[in-house]
Design a protein around this ligand. Structure first.
Ligand code: ZN
Ligand code: ZN
Length: 183
C-alpha cells in the first residue's frame, strides 16, 4: 500500500517525517511519503461559533485529492487546527471506513496543549497512533475492544497515550488481508 501524506496549512515537518517512517514500519507492505504540494486549510470548514473546523469537510477535500491522482492508494490529510465532528466536542481524526482518505489533526496532540512541557517524541508518537488508527479505518477496520490496540477508540489524550501504535494480532491480520486486496 502506498500512502501519501497531504498537508493542509503549516504542519511541523518533523512530525510528518515521524508519521511517514512509522506508517511504513507499522503496516505490512506499505510505503509512505510526504506530498510536496501543500493545500490551504479550507476556510469554508471553519465554524465561527465553535472556533473549530469541520473534520468531515476537510476529509472531503482529502478524498477529492485522493480521487485526482493514482500514485497513492490512500491519502492521509494532516492539519494543525482544531477539528470537530457532529455530536463531538472535538476529534483527533476521521476516515472513510472503508475508503481511500483519512484525516488527523495535530492540534490536541501537542503536550503543550495540556500544559505539559514540549516533547517531540511524545508528540510524534501520538500523531503516529492517530494516523495508524485512521488509516486502519480506511482498510475497513472497526474499533477494537482491546485498550492497548491502536484501533481502540480515543475519547481523550489519556486513551491515546494508553494504547500502542501497533495493531493487536486480530487487527493486524485484518489489515494484512485488506492491504493484500489493495495491491
Ligand atoms: Zn476510530
Ligand atoms: Zn485490535
Amino acid at each position: 500500500m502506498k500512502v501519501g501524506i497531504l498537508q493542509f496549512g503549516r504542519v511541523a515537518p518533523e512530525v510528518l517525517a515521524g508519521i511517514a517512517k512509522g506508517l511504513a514500519k507499522t503496516f505490512p507492505d506499505t510505503s509512505a511519503s510526504i506530498i510536496t504540494e501543500v493545500l490551504p486549510v479550507p476556510q469554508a470548514a471553519f465554524d465561527k461559533k465553535r472556533n473549530q473546523y469541520s473534520s468531515s469537510m476537510i476529509l472531503g477535500e482529502v478524498r477529492a485529492y485522493a480521487g485526482m491522482q493514482n500514485e497513492f492508494q490512500r491519502v492521509l490529510g494532516v492539519v494543525d487546527v482544531d477539528i470537530y465532528a457532529a455530536g463531538l466536542n472535538y476529534v483527533f481524526g476521521e476516515a472513510y471506513t472503508p475508503g481511500n482518505a483519512a484525516l488527523i489533526s495535530l492540534w490536541r496532540l501537542k503536550p503543550e496543549f495540556y500544559g505539559d512541557r514540549a516533547d517531540l517524541a511524545v508528540y510524534v508518537l501520538r500523531a503516529l497512533k492517530e494516523a495508524v488508527h485512521e488509516l486502519g479505518h480506511t482498510l475497513g477496520l472497526q474499533h477494537c475492544t482491546r485498550s492497548s490496540c491502536v484501533m481502540h477508540f480515543s475519547n481523550s489524550i489519556f486513551d491515546t497515550d494508553k494504547k500502542q501504535s501497533l495493531f493487536c494480532d486480530q487487527c493486524y491480520l485484518q489489515a494484512t488481508i485488506a492491504i493484500g486486496n489493495v495491491g
